[in-house]
Each structure stands twice: as C-alpha cells, then as structure tokens.
Design a protein around this ligand. Structure first.
Ligand code: CA
Length: 697
C-alpha cells in the first residue's frame, strides 16, 4: 500500500482506536494605518480571532457574572445550513456577527437580532471533502478595514466586502493537485493576511504565507520542512532544517509540518508565532530512517512578520512519531516567574506537556504534563528537549502511547483569565496504539491489544476542562467530562469560564473554584468556542453548535447527535433570554434492506473487502460496529446499492461531499468493498430481527 494509503488508514481509524485503546495584551502603537486601530476594541466587540492580540480569549465584560449567570437564556438563534461540524470563532464588529459554517461558507448576521445580512459560498467542490482529515470544517474569518477574509477547504484565500459579502479578491494558496486543505482562520498582521493549510496526514509539505490585504499579492512564504535537496532551498532556514532529516526519500513524501491552525501576532515585539504540525508519514522510521529531529515539525516558530524570516524556533516533539502537532492555540502572557516579569508564550500541544516559553528568545522556561503522557518522562530544562521513553518507539512493535493522536489538547481554543492567572484547557485523557505493520486499528485483535496494554498506564478515558496555573505548572482544578470531544473555552471578567460539550450542554464555571454555575441543555453537540460582546448595554454570548470533526465515525451514546438532528446553529445568549429550543429528534434508523447475498465469497476476499473498507470508507462511515454520524452504509437503500460503483468510482455523490475514489481504487476493489458492506449489513439485519428493541449499532 502506498504511504498515502497507509497514513490514511491510520488517520481514518482515529476515534475508533481511541475508544478501543481504553475501552496583558500588548496594543499596536504604530500610528500608521493598521488593523489594530480598527480592530482592537475588545471592550465591547470581538474583532480578532482570539479576542485580543494575545489570543487570551478573555473579555473584560462582566454584566453576566457569578451572581446572575443562572438567568442566561437565548437572545436569538440562526441556522447555519449544516449538519456537520461547526468549529468557528465568530467575530463581532460594528454590530455585525460574522461566522463560518461547513464548506468554508461565511454568514453575516445583525448581532442584535440574528437577521441574516448576507452569506457567501465559495463553492468548494464536494470532491475535496476527501482531502480533509477531520471534516469539512472552518474555524472562522478575519476582518481588516472593510473586508472579511476566509480560507477555503480547497486552498483559496478570499477577501469579501464586509457590507455585502461580494468577492474582492480570491487567490489560490496551494497546489490544487495535492491534498491540501484550509480549515484554520486567517490572521491579520499589519496590512497582511496570513494563512497556512492542512494535509500532513496525506504527506503534503507545510508552509505559511502572508498576502497583501489590499491586493491579495503574496508578500512571503515560510516552508516548515525542507523540499527536494536537488533544488535550491526557498529560504536559508531550510538548510539548517535539512541537516536534521535523513534517508533517501523524505523530500518526496512531503514531510508534513502543516500550519493548520494556531498563529498569534505580538505587535509589541513585532513577532508572528505560528505552530507547525506533525510529520507525514507519522513514523520517523518511515519518514527519516536515519533519525534526526526533522525540523520544523511539531515546532513553534517566531517569524519576522515583514519578511517571514525565522527569529527563533522551539521544537516540542523532536523527530515526531505520534502526530504530536504544535498547532494548538497559543496565548501570550506577561508572567511573574521567580521574581521577574517574563514575556511568555503558553501552549498545551497534543503531546501532553504545557509549555511556558520566553517569547522574545524562544527559551524554554518550564514544561509539565497536564494529562497522562508516557512518550517522554520529562522535558530537560537544560537542553529544552523532551527525554523520550524507549517504549515510545513503535518502529518494530506496537505501543500504547499517551496522549493519543487526537492529543491531550487539540485545536479547541483555551482561554486565560488575567485575574485568576489560570489557563483553561479543554483537554482529554486517551491513549492510542501505534503499530509498525498493521494498516488499521482493528487488525489489532483483542489478544494483541491486551498484550500491548499490559503494564502500561490506563487512566480514565474522558474529557477534562483543566484550570492550569502556568507559573506553578500545576492544575488548580479539573472538571471531568464523559465525552472526549468537547468545545473551546471563553473567559470573562465576570469571573466565569464558558464552554460547551459534545453531549449538547453549555456550562459556566466559576473561574477561581471551578464550581458549576450554569448547565443548559442545547440538544446540539458543541466543539466550537464561545465569544462575548456588548451592544446597547447588553452583554451577549455567542456560540456555534454543531457536532463533527474527526470523531464523527464513532458516536458515543451520550452525544446529542445520537438523539437529535445535528442541525448547525448559531446560539446567542443574554440575561433573561428565552428557552433554548431543542432540535428535532432523529427519526428511527432506516431499516437494513433485504438484498441478494453476495455470490460465494471467500474468507480472503471478505477480509480484503473489510480492509479496504476500513482504509477508504471507515473514517467517515464508521468502523466495525461504531456508530457513524454520516450515512451508515449498512442501512443503504436498495437504490443506493444499485449505484454503488457510480458513487465510489464515478463521483455521482461528489456534490454531497462523497468524492470519487477512482484514482485510488479499482473496480474489483470496489466490488470487494461492496460485498463486505453487504455481509456487514446482513449481520446487522439479523441482529435487529432478533432483537428489534435493542439500540442498533
Ligand atoms: Ca495530524
């Protein structure tokens, strides 16, 4: 199997495997025309992705506070025309709320009433859903002057007129022949718009690019990994990076290191910090067999925003082998550490360590585990490097690794309260088995899995909201959550921490003690972060609700999307608002139809069909009894069975997001998959016939 296929296999198994494995913000002082003068007015607005330049996601608003938050109710809601994951941070500026939906669509609403003012659809081809590891999501827009900017799933950066959503310019930022996607929010830096991309799971080469906000012309591009050594390096930093790679074909695999989410600009220090992603392929034994750190994978990079030149870098997981991205949200904070005020950068990347760096120099100040992490014992402060456990190397045998590839913390933004000094991290405890030969997780039989897990830590499998003290490097409190895929966080001067969860609840906790002060049932799973703003003397809290992302192939019973239609919506709350209407209940599952059994099928053919299904279908349509949010192929109608090949090879459903796989699968392979689906469906039909009351899985 190709590297692409192998990597896809590992990726597609994400959530299922996790289950199995555990059964003081600086302000722009430049007087020249700049976005800061127009956008840093967080007192009543939310005009920057992270709230303020430091991305603390802490609002000074306190009308809603611990004494009255119980009175929170719905001010208005608006449909987002989606049934998949909503991950965006809304932006509120000049009384208009801008939010993105699936497929990179942009909506503008009257922030007081919810009236839709305009919407923009970049018309991303449905075929491109296949290139997105983790759903057709988008994490929001940026605003500069009279424009709104959005990155699209098919790799474009688009500037829109704020007043009507009309396109001002539209530039392609990627090679359209490669599986690049954009899901992250662009950032405004001076008069530039900066955007990265995703695709490390499919072995693309990561980079971040700055564009002129006015014209869309490229200003600079920084590659996070070296390219073909037979060609000149695009910029000098890549010579240093190339010395940390080895082997014969790393330049042909892409390498990964994609900048798919986190970026933060410090206008005082004039530095742009970006987080780089995991290696592609995941295992360094595949990617760089002679070893090496593989710069700049899993690194935090400080760039000169005018030129894109590297000021410093810090690599969180040298030679990353575990999908340990450093793309997680970064917060800039000035902290009193050992009697001195340090300008720090805070990050809780996937690898389970909470890092405090000096953001002027990149020096590591401290790093401690915020969740279970067995890949490294600790981070050596003298060298700044993690001390990797020998047991973390899975080149020759399977290993149960904590945190999982989903990370101790993923893209879901954290928040920091200046008064408590705490950082609220939406985290999770979960492990993952990395295996050198097996293509998919379920090839690990129960016996194998028991052997892999033997003698290894087995912490609870759960989500956690962690209040982390970055100075003490210790948790002040932890809220345990049943599901592992929950929402991002908002902090307010009302001494509150707001967040939603995948089960469809919205919470307010006391910022100091963690006491639960509000629990509202929305009926819609939440993965996005809330924001807050104030208009006409009323404080509002806005939140996108809509479940999805990488776990939609394995729905847990508790998740709202297993009981209610997952209709994406923008919910806006205020004090003394109304009830939150629940979405319609899901209809009973479509019965498994009767169809002719596949012609005699050998065990080997069935196994091959199962394997192909897992690699190419399971990530979206569910694996081995998991409950998918997208269509369960076992319940396909007879008419759909009849056009199985036109769908899989002909792209008949590409407009719905089910692209053609004609470039990856032969007709014979598709027949094997189809046969496997029929056998798999017949099992379910027999089970349901025997026990029609049982919950059909
Ligand atoms: Ca990844």
């Amino acid at each position: 199997m190709t590297r692409h296929g192998r990597q896809a296999a590992r990726l597609l198994a994400t959530a299922a495997l996790i289950s199995l494995a555990v059964s003081g913000c600086a302000r722009q002082s430049d007087p020249a025309p700049s976005p800061a003068a127009e956008t840093d007015t967080a007192a009543v607005e939310w005009s920057l992705h992270g709230g303020t330049w430091d991305e603390a996601r802490h609002s000074p608003l306190d009308q809603i506070n611990a004494t009255n938050v119980q009175r929170l109710g719905l001010a208005w809601e608006a449909a987002m025309d989606s049934a998949r994951g909503l991950e965006a941070t809304p932006i509120m500026k000049d009384g208009v709320l801008y939010a993105t939906s699936t497929w990179s669509r942009v909506f503008a609403f009257d922030a007081r009433t919810g009236r839709r003012l305009w919407n923009y659809d970049p018309e991303v081809p449905g075929q491109r859903a296949r290139d997105a590891c983790c759903d057709v999501v988008n994490r929001g827009v940026a605003i500069w002057r009279d424009r709104v900017f959005v990155g699209t799933l098919d790799g474009r950066l688009v500037a829109l007129d704020r007043s009507n959503g009309e396109v001002v310019w539209d530039v392609l930022t990627v090679d359209p022949g490669l599986p690049y996607t954009i899901t992250g929010a662009p950032r405004v830096v001076k008069d530039m718009i900066v955007i990265g991309n995703g695709g490390a799971e499919f072995n693309v080469r990561g980079y971040v690019t700055a564009y002129d906000a006015q014209t869309g012309e490229q200003r600079w591009r920084f590659y996070t990994v070296p390219g073909n050594p037979d060609e000149p390096f695009e910029h000098p930093e890549l010579a240093m990076a190339a010395r940390t790679w080895s082997g014969t074909d790393w330049d042909t695999t892409g390498g990964g290191g994609t900048v798919w989410d986190s970026m933060v600009y410090d206008p005082e220090l004039e530095l742009l910090y970006v987080g780089a992603g995991n290696g592609g392929p995941w295992g360094r034994h595949d990617r760089s067999p002679g070893g090496g750190d593989n710069l700049f994978l899993a690194s935090i990079l400080a760039l000169d925003p005018d030129t894109g030149k590297l000021a410093w870098h810090y690599q969180t997981a040298p030679g990353d082998s575990w999908d340990y991205t450093a793309t997680q949200h970064m917060v800039l904070a000035d902290l009193n550490i050992d009697g001195a005020v340090r300008k720090t950068l805070l990050q809780a990347p996937k690898n389970g360590f909470f890092y405090v760096l000096d953001r002027q120099t990149g020096e590591l100040i401290s790093a401690q585990k915020y969740v279970t992490a067995n890949w490294a014992s600790h981070v050596d402060l003298a060298t700044g490097r993690p001390v990797e456990n020998p047991g973390a190397n899975w080149a020759s045998e399977p290993r149960l690794i904590y945190p999982s590839a989903a990370g101790g913390h993923n893209w879901h933004p954290m928040a920091m309260n200046r008064d408590t000094g705490l950082v609220y991290v939406p985290a999770r405890e979960a492990g993952w088995v990395h295996h050198p030969d097996k293509e998919t997780w379920f090839e690990l039989g129960v016996d194998d899995l028991a052997a892999v897990r033997s003698g290894q830590p087995q912490p609870p499998f759960e989500g956690q909201l962690i209040a982390w003290d970055p100075v003490a490097q210790a948790a002040a409190w932890r809220i345990r959550q049943p599901g592992i895929y929950n929402g991002g966080v908002l902090s307010t001067a009302g001494k509150l921490v707001f967040h939603g969860d995948g089960d469809g609840y919205f919470y307010a906790h006391a910022a100091d003690s963690g006491a639960e002060l509000l629990k509202l049932f929305l009926g819609t799973g939440v993965i996005a972060p809330p924001i807050t703003y104030q208009l006409d003397g009323t404080q509002y809290i806005a939140l996108l609700a809509g479940f999805g992302g990488p776990v939609f192939n394995t729905m847990e019973d508790s998740m709202a999307a297993t009981r209610y239609a997952n209709n994406g919506r923008l919910l806006v709350f205020k004090l003394d608002g109304g009830e939150v209407p629940l979405p319609p209940a899901l209809p009973a599952p479509h019965p498994v139809p009767e169809f002719p059994a596949p012609e005699t099928l050998s065990a080997a053919a069935l196994a091959e069909g199962e394997q192909l299904y897992a690699v190419y279908c399971g990530g979206c349509h569910g694996l081995y009894g998991s409950r998918p949010m997208l269509p369960d192929l076992r319940r396909m109608a007879l008419e759909t069975h009849a056009i199985f090949k036109p769908i899989v090879l002909g792209g008949a459903y590409a407009p719905k997001g089910m692209g053609s796989f004609a470039d990856l699968l032969t007709e014979a392979q598709v027949e094997l998959i189809h046969d496997y689906v029929k056998v798999y469906a017949a099992e379910l039909r027999a089970r349901e016939a025997a026990d029609p009351v049982a919950d059909s899985r």
